[in-house]
Design a protein around this ligand. Structure first.
Ligand code: NOJ
Ligand code: CA
Length: 705
């Protein structure tokens, strides 16, 4: 990837004087809207404040670290030096929501040192953007401080208002919770400490996971997250409901009495705050990727964004099984089902998906349950050594399927369910990725269901952060791109390692197939768009047409209309988008399926046309290469009417607009499949009126004539 347009303007003003005379430093964003100030109090404790257009967003909030092998780092500090500089570049995403990304910030770097023995040094660096900021800590090389064993990071975010907050609990093991909407002062994460449908979960504190998004009565929108999570633990945010304050709590391990171990010098991930006057600004912000380092793996043109089908939903519905003998019933997490003989990943079944995909402009087919070991995964403690990622079941001819796919122009997507047996996976990776390379397979979906082995580790602790990151780095060596399920949260590392294509890390579509609580409610995705999606691409797996699937499950269903399922291809961003339903359900509905066939999957531009967190959102995206536009609009359980102006279209050009909208009687529960399709000619002066049903949506393709 080339950085085509780099204009770097760096001005450095260094104030060097003998500390501790300097007590305060301040810098603003390029347009002055966001301002940060850092100061020391009388005890030499450093604190910061954040202002947006002179409103206090973060009031006096302290920094600090506790260590197992040293005294805490939080007082008796002096400012040794402060530097400010500016940076402005435009870089290109190899694939993404847009092609050109502006990365323009002012940096404030504050060097601190203890005024008393042991005189340790420590820097705080702020990057201040027009749409928010990030800050991180640097631990420079220094005598007598070789390794930091961090027991806690104490970064505070003291808010000034009781914001309406969209949050999931600070689970150390999974992000697959429903988002809750409460005021900050009413957050109670501990009440979700047990959930029947989660294969692993641990919520030790009244904390939330990030991104956590807040909306103030004055219209200020904030979202807290982190960027560049490398060799460190996930940061949850503990909520002080009385003082309206958040404080970092790192994810730990039962195997050590500290949470992070790092040799000096090192730097922490960026702690980020997105700030916007409207909800859409949060989605359009590129703060998280911008705070990550540029591409370190070079050309990734071997990975092409794609739509894919797969042997997947049929197992979640119970139509077929992952395991060959059919003794596992994953949909109820039991192992006592009678042998069914309904194995899904057979050569014949996969060829059916390949044929269907080839006919319909879909370039990938995912195959789950293809390799031996599925008889012994969920519910077993001794999971190491079970999966080997190279041995197919006897009814699956891997080479033949790959050959057949190639003949038809369809590539397989490999599946590595590790069952969280991390030592086995780390050992097997070279062999597994080499097999993929020899077969010309360039993408893998990984899975980490269950409690982590070795016992005592959590999915979001430093041990696992390194497992996930090492997997991506190793995969790149074999030209393999990774779509991780049960992952660590996205923190923009796709900029540095662009073979990080997508991940789960939320309650995906699968919950609609089997959750005991009725699945994802209609408000789920209008919240996800402004929370989880700010972190990075989501493998949500949209496109379920057989919404009620009563022939498989009477008590479960998808809680949206069919039109909303189409809109999700535009609203939810991922460079791999699944057409998740069964082939027969698409074949029975060719008219709405046309949208999935047509919709782009790699974008030159993204515009959020309207939206309110948790209520609705409408997004327009311009496809790379063709210049065609696609629009997706979704609502929660309330109906909405919008007038959408098409001024984003190329002036003077005519487009064929095909509008897939909820039928007049559509309703997510009472009549979810009622859909109307209308075709008209439009241009940049046209307006389209959309009426969204309860739990509904609309999808529009705008194809140049
Ligand atoms: C959970 C994943 O989220 C799902 O997509 C997958 O089918 C199963 N694990 C089996 O690996
Ligand atoms: Ca999952």
């Amino acid at each position: 990837m080339k950085n085509l347009f780099i204009f770097i303007f760096a001005a450095t003003f260094a104030f060097s004087c003998s500390y501790p005379k300097l007590k305060k430093a301040e810098t603003s964003s390029p347009n002055q809207a966001v301002r940060v100030s850092i100061q020391l109090n009388k005890e030499g404790k450093p604190f910061y404040q954040v202002f947006y257009k002179n409103k206090t967003i973060i009031d006096t909030s302290f920094f600090g670290f506790d260590f197992k092998n040293a005294i805490s780092f939080d007082k008796n500090l002096g400012i040794v030096k402060t530097d400010t500089s500016s940076f402005d570049e435009t870089w290109q995403m190899p694939w993404g929501e847009q092609l050109n990304v502006v990365n323009h910030y002012n940096e404030l770097r504050v060097e601190l040192q203890e005024t008393v023995a042991p005189k340790r040094k420590f820097n705080i660096v702020f990057r201040i953007y027009d749409d928010g900021l990030g800050f991180r800590y640097e631990f420079p090389q220094q005598p007598n401080f070789d390794t930091a064993l961090i027991t806690e990071e104490n970064t505070q975010f003291n808010l000034t208002k009781d914001y309406k907050t969209f949050w999931i609990p600070g689970d150390w093991d999974i992000y697959e919770h429903l988002y809750r909407t409460t005021s900050l002062s009413k957050i109670n994460a501990l009440q979700y400490a047990h959930h029947k449908d989660l294969a692993q979960t641990y919520i030790p504190e009244n904390a939330v996971n990030t991104p956590v998004t807040m909306v103030g009565e004055d219209g200020i929108h904030l979202s807290f997250h982190e960027a560049a999570l490398v060799d460190y633990a996930d940061m949850t945010l503990k909520v002080d409901t009385t003082n309206l304050s958040l404080k970092s709590v790192l994810v730990g391990s039962e195997n050590r009495d500290y949470k992070v171990e790092r040799k000096l010098p090192f730097e922490t991930p960026w702690r980020t705050i997105q700030i916007s006057e409207n909800a859409g600004g949060l989605i359009e912000s590129r703060l998280i990727v911008n705070l990550n380092e540029p591409n370190k793996i070079g050309d990734v043109s071997w990975f092409k964004p794609m739509k894919y089908t797969g042997v997947w939903w049929e197992m979640h519905l119970g139509k077929s099984t992952w395991d060959y003998s059919g003794i596992q019933d994953m949909t109820s997490f039991t192992t006592d089902a009678k042998p069914s003989g309904k194995h899904g990943a057979t050569t014949e079944n996969v060829k059916k998906y390949i044929d269907f995909s080839a006919k319909n402009n879909i370039k990938g087919v995912l195959v789950e349950g293809w390799n031996t070991g599925w008889e012994h995964w969920i519910g077993f403690e001794d999971r190491e050594g079970v999966f080997d990622f190279v041995t197919p079941y006897p009814d699956y001819d891997l080479k033949e399927v790959v050959r057949y796919g190639r003949e038809k122009g369809v590539e397989l997507i490999m599946h590595h369910e590790t069952s969280a047996a991390t030592e086995t996976y780390a050992k097997q990776q070279d062999t597994a990725f080499a097999l993929m390379k020899s077969l010309g397979i360039h993408a893998v979906k990984t899975g980490y269901v269950g409690k982590i082995l070795p016992k005592g580790e959590y999915h979001h602790g430093q041990y696992m952060v390194n497992q996930y990151n090492n997997t991506v780095i190793k995969a790149a060596q074999y030209q393999v791109a990774v779509n991780a399920h049960e992952p660590i949260k996205a923190t923009g590392l796709r900029r540095t390692f662009p073979n990080t294509i997508a991940r789960e890390g939320l309650r995906g579509q699968e919950f609609n197939a089997w959750a005991s609580d009725g699945g994802n409610p209609p408000e789920h995705l209008p919240i996800i768009a402004f929370t989880r999606m700010l972190a990075g691409p989501i493998d949500f797996t949209p496109g379920i047409f057989n919404i009620k699937f009563n022939e498989y499950k009477k008590d479960n269903q998808v809680n949206t209309t069919l039109a909303q399922q189409l809109a999700l291809y535009v609203v939810i961003y991922s460079p791999v988008q699944m057409a998740a339903d069964l082939v027969e359900h698409y074949e029975a509905n060719p008219k709405p399926f046309q949208f999935i066939k047509d919709v782009g999957v790699d974008w030159e531009q993204t515009k959020v046309l309207n939206g309110e967190v948790g209520d609705y959102v409408t997004i327009a995206r311009k496809e790379r290469g063709t210049g065609n536009w696609f629009v997706g609009s979704i609502t929660d359980e309330n109906t909405r009417t919008f007038t959408i102006g098409l001024s984003f279209l190329e002036v003077g050009k005519k487009y064929t607009a095909t509008i897939y909208k909820d039928g007049k009687d559509a309703h997510w529960d009472k009549n979810p499949t009622s859909i109307e399709i209308e075709t008209l000619t439009v241009d940049s002066t046209s307006k389209i009126e959309l009426h969204l049903a309860e739990g509904g949506g609309a999808a529009i393709s705008l194809i140049k004539q």
